[in-house]
Design a protein around this ligand. Structure first.
Ligand code: BTN
Length: 325
């Protein structure tokens, strides 16, 4: 009902009387007033003038479906959004919702995460209202072996969305980071629940630094936001919608044609190719030069002894030799 009242106010540039709203929606005027108060608490600026009614003056940059849908061109990605002020981790919530059968394309978004998860057991910080923390539920009918490729598919989609919206030279740091100005702008965490030959669901979480001005001491050398890079405040809802628009297109292509269809883009956007890297996995680590991306999406590294090796994305971390890249 709150959303219906919001739509009502959005449709009209002028005042709408409480009477009109209550009779059109079949609720009492006291109920209208309560919903208006709830909208104000969410940050909507609504002018109330006696004998005239209510007028929507300003909309907040919040990440509800009502706010994002104006920019969405998708058929199913983001058509159901669960929006929270504060959660432990959108990946944790997504997992619970996926277990309960929520459909493909459902997106979980939070203003703040208190237990945000990074790859390899690391933490991910999402300060209130400044960044994007979202997780998408997917149920592709593909082999579980193809699941790790969802990460680069989302990375390509985000790079294309961000280049289009900002014009900044954002790139991909294989396997799961998006980079701006040689620092980390965005991380992706893909998790899967599957049987041997069938995926039950995949949840793919993305943390994107948008309007943070400062970062904690321990990450400030390696982290960047769109605002810390440019001084410009960005509308997060537009960024989310554009990423989902790109992702739905790319995901549909990927399911039919596989990751090899994205090879050219992965190479074009890669920040690692031609660079010296250190590959760190649970059992060993080695150094070499990142020379190519294979048609299955893995990174090809030439070790210092000349040996050429393929690095699968799994549990590896790739570092540049001179800092983050
Ligand atoms: C990484 O770079 O290590 C991955 C970071 C992934 C962070 C996102 S924020 C939304 C989603 N919820 C989480 O708890 N993690 C992912």
């Amino acid at each position: 009902m709150k959303n219906k009242i919001l739509e009502f106010l959005r449709q009209s540039r002028d005042f709408v009387s409480g009477e009109d709203i209550s009779s059109s929606l079949g609720i009492s005027r006291t109920a209208v007033w309560k919903y208006i108060r709830a909208l104000k608490e969410e940050g909507y600026e609504i002018e109330a003038v006696s004998k005239k009614g209510y007028r929507l003056v300003n909309r907040p940059d919040i990440l509800t479906y009502s706010e994002i849908k104006d920019y969405l061109l998708t058929e199913y990605m983001g058509r159901k959004i669960f929006y929270y002020n504060s959660v432990t981790s959108t990946n944790i919530i997504a997992k619970e919702l996926a277990e309960n059968g929520l459909e493909e394309g459902t997106v979980i978004i939070a203003e703040e995460q208190t237990l945000g998860k990074g790859r390899m057991g690391r933490k991910w910080s999402t300060p209130n209202g400044e960044a994007i923390a979202m997780t998408i539920i997917l149920r592709p009918e593909i082999s579980p072996f193809m699941a790790p490729s969802i990460t680069p598919i989302l990375a390509v989609s985000a790079v294309e969305a961000l280049r289009k919206l900002t014009g900044f030279d954002v790139k991909i740091k294989w396997p799961n980071d998006i980079v701006l100005d040689s620092k980390k702008l965005c991380g992706i965490l893909t998790e899967m629940n599957s049987d041997m030959d069938m995926i039950n669901y995949i949840i793919v979480g993305m943390g994107l630094n948008v309007n943070q001005e400062n970062f904690d001491d321990e990450i400030k050398e390696v982290a960047v936001s769109l605002k810390s890079f440019s001084g410009i405040n960005f509308k997060r809802k537009i960024i989310i919608a554009e990423i989902l628009n790109e992702f739905e297109k790319n995901y549909e292509i990927f399911k039919v044609k596989g990751i090899s269809e994205f090879l050219d883009k992965l190479k074009e956007y890669s920040v690692l190719l031609g660079k010296r890297v250190k590959v760190i996995s649970i059992n060993n680590s080695f150094e070499g030069e990142a020379i190519d991306i294979d048609k299955d999406g893995s990174l090809i590294v030439k070790k210092d002894n000349g040996e050429i090796t393929k690095v699968l994305s799994g549990d590896v971390s790739v570092r540049g030799m001179y800092g983050y890249i």
